[in-house]
Design a protein around this ligand. Structure first.
Ligand code: NAD
Length: 270
């Protein structure tokens, strides 16, 4: 039995949401909170665990459909959007969130194939979700599209070159799409997470715990900690709901303040 939460319950009542990358981390937390907020959810991921996300939603009496598909193929994304309309009657929210890190490969070892893989999933996959969500949202004159970018898309130091370029591309995609959708009633925004403990960052956390240095994780941001997927999911809920009705074309950093500061040497506090 879930404890009632007025900040969540009913915020997306009667709405329909697509979430990509919904099997794990930020996408899974977002699919769950969207459903708690009253939305019917189409959960897409190439990993089979997307079925677990949908099972958890249904166990809580929510409505959800799982699609085990690759989000970087246009026919899969077009089908996911059409599934939302067919199964639940419309699409109000599209959270284009699926992504890969691509690892940290030294510049001289990076190949066009490596760049292409990261850009295809992180940027072109996001573009496809934006394109097909807008296709069904614009005629209804409403909808909210949310894309997961990253602080890595704002400046260097938070990921490899292709990853960072892909996320800078997502921010640009959001800005140019807000312009393209002018007058349509459809909003689009990006979330730029800082370091969040998810499947993608598990190796960082596992290694730090093994070394006993996990208390050092997140020390570069003013909150001095890493974030949790639910903290990004709550931001996605805000952007998905009418509470953000005048927020459009923005890249919102949710990073404990990491991107707000130049690098500093912390003062010694006696
Ligand atoms: P995660 O690995 O836990 O989840 C990502 C999900 O996306 C996985 O379930 C994976 O299977 C899915 N996915 C990847 N490629 C796919 C594809 N082609 N088709 C369908 N599904 C695909 O990691 P996460 O941290 O929750 O990642 C979510 C988003 O957040 C990503 O876009 C990531 O770049 C971004 N992000 C994460 C962090 C962080 O610190 N974790 C920081 C900034 C941005």
């Amino acid at each position: 039995m879930r404890i009632p939460n007025p900040a969540v319950d009913g915020q997306l009542k009667g709405k329909v949401a697509l979430v990509t990358g919904a099997a794990s981390g930020i996408g899974r937390a977002s699919a769950l909170i969207f459903a708690q907020a009253g939305a019917a959810v189409v959960a897409l991921d190439r990993a089979a665990e997307v079925e677990d996300t949908v099972a958890a939603i249904r166990k809580d009496n929510g409505r959800a459909v799982a699609l085990c598909k690759d989000s970087s193929h246009e026919e899969n994304i077009a089908d996911a959007i059409d599934t939302a309309v067919r199964e639940f009657g419309a699409l109000d929210v599209c959270f284009a969130n699926a992504g890969i890190s691509g690892g940290l490969v030294p510049l001289h070892e990076q190949t066009p194939e490596h760049w292409l893989e990261v850009l295809t999933i992180n940027l072109i996959g996001t573009f496809l979700a934006v394109k097909h969500a807008a296709r069904v949202m614009a005629p209804r004159k409403r909808g909210s599209i949310i894309c997961t970018a990253s602080v890595a898309g704002l400046r260097s130091g938070a990921g490899g070159s292709p990853y960072s370029a892909s996320k800078a591309g997502v921010i640009s995609l959001v800005q140019t799409t807000a312009d393209q959708l002018a007058g349509s009633g459809v909003r689009i925004n990006a979330i730029c997470p800082g370091l969040i403990e998810t499947g993608m960052t598990k190796p960082i956390f596992d290694q730090a715990r093994a070394r006993g240095t996990d208390n050092k994780i997140g020390q570069l941001n003013p909150l001095r900690r890493a974030g949790a997927p639910i903290e990004i999911a709550r931001t996605a809920l805000f952007l998905a709901s009418d509470a953000s009705s005048y927020v459009n074309g923005q890249a919102l950093a949710v990073d404990g303040g990491l991107s707000s500061s130049h690098p500093i040497v912390p003062p010694r506090i006696p």
